[in-house]
Design a protein around this ligand. Structure first.
Ligand code: ADE
Length: 419
């Protein structure tokens, strides 16, 4: 390692999207390596609305690896962070910055420490796959900083060791996580099925039902399911393999009816294995208000050309073949009206053009429509209306990107600390 100046800081910033599974990952066959019991398929969401941005910095003056998430320092001592840092350091290459007069040889990376600052533009740990975007971004950005010369498949297998579904966030569009067979996990990687341009008119509306932290982690829930659900084995071995093939075909052919059917039935079976699990994970679903919220969604939308899927939290994602769903969004705002103190501008966020087409830019538009008859004051559905915190209108998005503008960096280039 050489440098003309004694102390220097080298940085890279990246942004990675989150994703929502349409064929669900639920259950690990290896907990340490995060190897799943079945393949899964996801859609990558537009990073403008749901993404993690991460800056990584390296300097000989840093004396340990440190990380700040959304401005707060967090521990990197857990296995998931340690596994990602170790695996990416193994692949690090030589780095030269002529302007700064810095030269780092690949063997130097073992002794250099990094500072990491990350920011999610959506609620962390609400079930919106923040760790998927976060670990994909961490691995992708470290790979840029350390000049790792590997394809995204290899990077996806490292991100997987941070958070399973993170491997799918290494690509845009439609992505498959192949479960693999090897005990080392080397073939448990993500592959892109089709880029976002393949089916660009799909519209995705996320109903953020609760932006609070989940009460039971997915890790605990999955472990309980693997240990106690007889249905899981049937799902993994007899159902998902055929369903994955049908989903791939539906995506290839832009066959929305089949895509929607597969998405909904797979969501239902994911819920079924959760219900087939001992009480820890089930607690999440026993909350009546939440069940009612779910029932309302299903009743309201199943008759339209819309796919629904819930994430491992409580948030619903509605996918439509085109902007027709924008009209449905306005219905959603009627079934789940904002609290009096909220205006629509903060209640429905995301792609402004979808919101505009729905007429949702005007609160008056929604107020002018009569509420559906079933939403009487005393009905249980009425009680659930406040459960939707807000809606995010979005679409398919791209994979990770390097952000070159210095103004977007989250670490001060002089102090090496978060901005
Ligand atoms: N978990 C949740 N968000 C994260 C992020 N941005 N980076 C790493 N881990 C995370």
């Amino acid at each position: 390692m050489t440098a003309k100046t004694k102390s220097w800081i080298l940085m890279a910033t990246g942004r990675s999207p989150t994703n929502i599974a349409v064929i669900k990952y639920w259950g690990k066959r290896d907990e340490a390596l995060i190897l799943p019991v079945n393949d899964s398929i996801s859609v990558t969401l537009d990073p403008d609305h749901l993404s993690a941005t991460t800056t990584v910095a390296v300097s000989p003056t840093f004396d340990c690896d440190r990380m700040w998430l959304n401005g707060k320092e967090i521990s990197l001592s857990g296995d998931r962070f340690q596994n990602c840092l170790r695996e990416i350091r193994k692949l690090a290459g030589d780095v030269e910055d002529e302007k700064k007069g810095i030269r780092i040889r690949k063997e130097d990376w073992q002794n250099l420490h990094v500072h990491i600052a990350s920011y999610n533009n959506f609620p962390t740990a609400a079930g919106l796959a923040s760790s998927a975007a976060g670990f994909a971004c961490l691995v992708f950005t470290l790979a840029k900083l350390m000049n790792v010369n590997e394809d995204h498949g290899k990077l996806s297998s490292i991100a997987r060791q941070g958070s399973g579904s993170a491997c799918r966030s290494l690509y845009g569009g439609f992505v498959k996580w192949t479960m693999g067979n090897d005990a080392s996990g080397s073939d448990s990687i993500a592959v892109q099925l089709a880029p976002e341009s393949h089916w660009s008119d799909l519209v995705i509306i996320i109903a953020v039902v609760s932006s609070k932290q989940k009460e039971t982690s997915s890790t605990t829930g999955m472990r309980d399911t693997v240990e106690t659900s007889p249905l899981l084995q049937h799902r993994a071995q007899c159902v998902v393999p055929a369903r994955v093939l049908l989903m791939e075909e539906a995506i290839r052919n832009h066959d929305f009816a089949s895509f929607a059917r597969m998405t909904c039935v797979d969501n239902n079976q994911f819920r079924a294995v959760c219900l087939d699990t001992t009480w820890t994970w089930q607690l999440i679903f026993l909350n009546t208000t939440r069940q009612i919220a779910e029932a309302c969604f299903l009743m309201k939308w199943i008759i339209f050309e819309v796919a629904y899927t819930f994430d491992a939290g409580l948030n619903a994602a509605l996918i439509s073949p085109n902007r027709k769903v924008a009209g449905l969004a306005s219905k959603a705002a009627i079934c789940f009206p904002p609290s009096p103190e909220n205006d629509l501008a903060s209640y429905v966020t995301g792609d402004k053009s979808i919101i505009y087409e729905a007429g949702l830019q005007s609160m008056k538009y929604v107020e002018a429509l009569p509420p559906p008859p079933e939403y009487k004051d005393e009905s249980p559905c009425q009680k659930s209306t406040r459960d939707v915190s807000y809606f995010i209108c979005t679409k398919l998005g791209t994979g990770p990107k390097v952000l070159t503008e210095e103004s977007l960096a989250l670490i001060n280039p002089t102090t090496g600390l978060p901005m």
